[in-house]
Design a protein around this ligand. Structure first.
Ligand code: ZN
Length: 499
């Protein structure tokens, strides 16, 4: 039976019908963080993108084994085969043991991901916990004649591999161009060719993160960890491999080469890549002063931020774009997202409180069909390469209907009981379960804000009832000064942020 789900595969560069290798099981691997610093926006986008993929596939009845690794060794400062290990460097600067750095930032990452309401992976393996698997895989590539040992380091022989297979199939890069264009880097002595990459690096005496191997004391290369751990937990060939587009080359290109070289099999059926995040139109980077940590978004404590943005606002903002589009963070856009999220969750809450239509009402067939169509669209958009942007747009169209019913513009009895029941179940399902958009935890920033706002609104109401207009005006003016507007309606008083 066809799943009807289409996924854009970076390998074939087109949308393909998703058919799992061994249904109902789906193996999904996502390249996780290198834990040497505070989690930032660049971490949030892949985590949320693939969280929704996992949630949707599980909703469709698949048993998803979701593996997301923690890189705690082997990722060098320049992303290639030279420079200091990122974690060792941070440990030196902070005068910590490298595993203290790993512990601190692994916890920070997990906390941030929990606040963003992403589900925990099924398995969260670490590179340092899989040294033996990486050594074994490296040995199998040497045995296949596609890697060579130079002074205690092992390099992948890209030229030789390319004679038999195709290096560059994922990224579309041409080996000859790579050979000519790659910068000369220090510490690459011993490589036969510039495009070759390290599977194992010899540890210099001052290098603290080191393990024994058949080639002497050293540490694994960055790319081999994902090949070793994905094949261990998901098999030599598995369904979906995800990551940011910045990982497509060299990281994922190298993963394909390593797997094909060691066992002769393509490791992945569907390669999925989320696009990158920019801040105020600029690439994010420490040197540009715009690398905003997630905790700074949550607290508002950064010069580029006008105020704090809740984790759910960040999640909503990310889902408002399709994962293959670029995404630009600005204060303006985030404020709009905050409002949009509030509207969506309010509609969800209202719908839960609405009672089913009376059986003897006159059905407005046009409206009934429109609501039915929108409910069906929710799934149709998700099936089309997980188009969360379109799904959210359909939810907003439904929100308008729900608000119409709530405020009496639309008679609840003009839609059929079946359509109403479908609306009720689908709206909550897609909002809460699949997109993972929920009311903020009461302890979080927005929960506190909502609680305080309710208190202020209640005090104002009491003062008006006592005809104490001085107090009620004072409250209104004070709120206006901090750009909060009160709106009195039939259902009571509501509040919004002013731009
Ligand atoms: Zn990886």
């Amino acid at each position: 039976m066809s799943t009807g789900i289409h996924i854009y595969n970076s390998l074939s560069r087109q949308k393909e019908l998703f058919e799992p290798l061994k249904p109902p099981f789906v193996g999904l691997y996502l390249c996780g963080p290198t834990v040497y610093g505070e989690p930032h926006l660049g971490h949030a986008r892949p985590a949320i993108t693939f969280d929704v993929v996992v949630r949707y596939l599980r909703h469709k009845g698949f048993k998803v084994r979701y593996v997301r690794n923690i890189t705690d060794v082997g990722h060098l400062v320049n992303d290639a085969d030279a420079g200091e290990d990122k974690i060792a460097k941070r440990a030196r600067l902070e005068q910590l043991e490298p595993m203290e750095v790993v512990q601190q930032y692994t916890i920070a990452y997990r906390e941030a991901m929990t606040r963003l309401n992403t589900l925990a992976p099924s398995i969260e393996p670490t590179a340092s916990g899989h040294i033996i698997e990486q050594i074994n895989m490296t040995q199998s590539i040497i045995d296949a004649g596609l890697a060579y040992v130079v002074e205690g380091s092992v390099y992948f022989d890209v030229m030789k591999y390319n004679e038999k297979y195709h290096y560059g199939k994922l990224s579309g890069r041409v080996l000859e161009d790579l050979q000519a264009s790659e910068r000369e880097l220090e510490g690459q002595d011993g490589k036969l060719n510039k495009a070759d990459f390290a599977l194992w690096k010899k540890a210099e005496p001052e290098h603290i993160m080191r393990w024994p191997s058949p080639w002497g004391d050293g540490f694994p290369g960055w790319h081999i960890e994902c090949s070793a751990m994905s094949s261990k937990y998901l098999g030599e060939t598995f369904d979906i491999h995800g990551g940011g587009m910045d990982l497509l080359f060299p990281h994922h290109e190298c993963e394909i080469a390593q797997s094909v070289a060691s066992c002769g099999k393509e490791p992945v059926k569907y390669w999925m890549h989320n696009n990158m995040v920019t801040i105020n139109g600029q690439k994010m980077g420490k040197s540009l002063g715009n690398a905003i940590n997630l905790s700074q978004f949550f607290s508002g404590d950064h010069p580029l931020l006008e105020r704090a943005y809740s984790p759910m606002t960040i999640r909503f903002f990310i889902l408002q774009s399709h994962y293959r589009s670029t995404l630009d963070f600005t204060n303006e856009a985030l404020l709009a997202s905050e409002k949009g999220l509030k509207r969506l969750l309010a509609a969800n809450k209202s719908l839960k409180e609405l009672t089913a239509p009376a059986a003897n009402g006159t059905i407005n067939t046009e409206l009934d069909a429109e609501i039915l169509g929108l409910c069906n669209d929710l799934d149709a958009y998700m099936k089309d390469d997980f188009n969360t942007a379109q799904t959210l747009a359909a939810l907003f169209e439904l929100s308008a209907k729900i608000n119409g019913i709530k405020d009496g513009h639309i008679s609840a009895d003009s839609i059929s009981a079946d359509t109403f029941a479908l609306l009720k179940s689908q709206f909550a399902l897609f909002t809460e379960v699949i997109l993972g958009l929920q009311e903020e935890d009461a302890a979080s920033h927005n929960g506190v804000t909502d609680g305080l706002m309710q208190l202020i609104i209640d005090i104002r109401k009491q003062s008006r009832e006592k005809k104490d207009y001085a107090t009620s005006d004072q409250i209104r003016d004070a709120l206006a000064a901090v750009k909060i507007q009160l709106k009195d309606g039939k259902e009571g008083t509501d509040w919004t942020y002013l731009n």
